[in-house]
Design a protein. Structure first.
Length: 237
């Protein structure tokens, strides 16, 4: 690591408690801050912190909040060059037939503006892959947040996606986590906390990176550095 700190590729700074239990948040030099609903966008815009990279979007859980008015409000907040997220598809909560057009509408916007999208995906790998193939061609990047499916790494890699791993992965066995980390190409790996939704036992990014690095046969500094470089290339070109 360069010594300037790490990137957190997905967190929710407009939600209460995002920085509690996050012992080393002061070492985070780039924060990809996501939103889930329109009523969070004003607070997101008001975040006064040079480390913040802003993402605005409608999360699949709130897909019924999408409307022509919301679409034009989204275009407004994106006028400063911000990105789109958290958007996606969730088979465990809500109706996919409602979520999918909202997801694809937001992908179309990101595609036409050449922005990065951050994608929430629960039990919907095949559907997300299909939506991305059809609607994300012009995006400057696709971040698959809280990624967990080693069997889909290959097709998502082929369309240029990045894979962001969150501390919630540690609820799986070491063998399964190792298999996932081995499947993800080194130049596509990102690390996130999803704070405040980081899961039990979380104390900070470095401790999380140490756990992963131990499974990968490397060290936390190297891993944090790789993920930081990947995020830098993704966002800054
Ligand atoms: Zn999130």
């Amino acid at each position: 690591m360069s010594g300037t700190g790490f990137t957190d590729s997905h967190l929710h700074m407009v939600e209460d408690g995002y920085d509690s239990d996050y012992g080393d948040i002061a070492d985070c030099h780039r924060m990809l801050a996501c939103t889930a609903r329109r009523d969070e966008w004003a607070a997101q815009a008001a975040l006064d912190d040079g480390r913040v990279v802003r993402f605005y979007g409608i999360h699949p859980w709130y897909a019924d909040e999408w409307s022509a008015d919301t679409r034009s409000a989204l275009l407004d907040v994106l006028s400063d060059g911000s990105h789109i997220g958290e958007i996606g598809l969730d088979s465990k909560r809500g109706d996919l037939s409602v979520q999918r057009p909202v997801f694809e509408n937001q992908l179309d916007i990101a595609s036409s503006l050449g922005r990065v999208v951050t994608v929430h995906m629960v039990g919907t790998e095949a559907e997300v892959l299909s939506s991305l193939r059809g609607h994300a061609g012009g995006c400057s990047g696709v971040i698959l947040h809280s990624y967990g499916s080693d069997s889909y790494v290959k097709p998502f890699t082929e369309i240029g996606c990045h894979f962001s791993v969150s501390p919630r992965i540690l609820s799986r066995s070491d063998i399964r986590v190792s298999r996932l980390l081995k499947a993800i190409p080194g130049d596509r790996l990102l690390l996130e906390t999803d704070a405040p939704h980081h899961g039990r036992g979380f104390t900070g990014m470095r401790a999380f990176a140490e756990r992963l690095a131990g499974l990968m046969g490397t060290d936390a500094d190297t891993l944090l550095g790789i993920a930081d470089d990947n995020a830098g290339r993704l966002l800054d070109g």
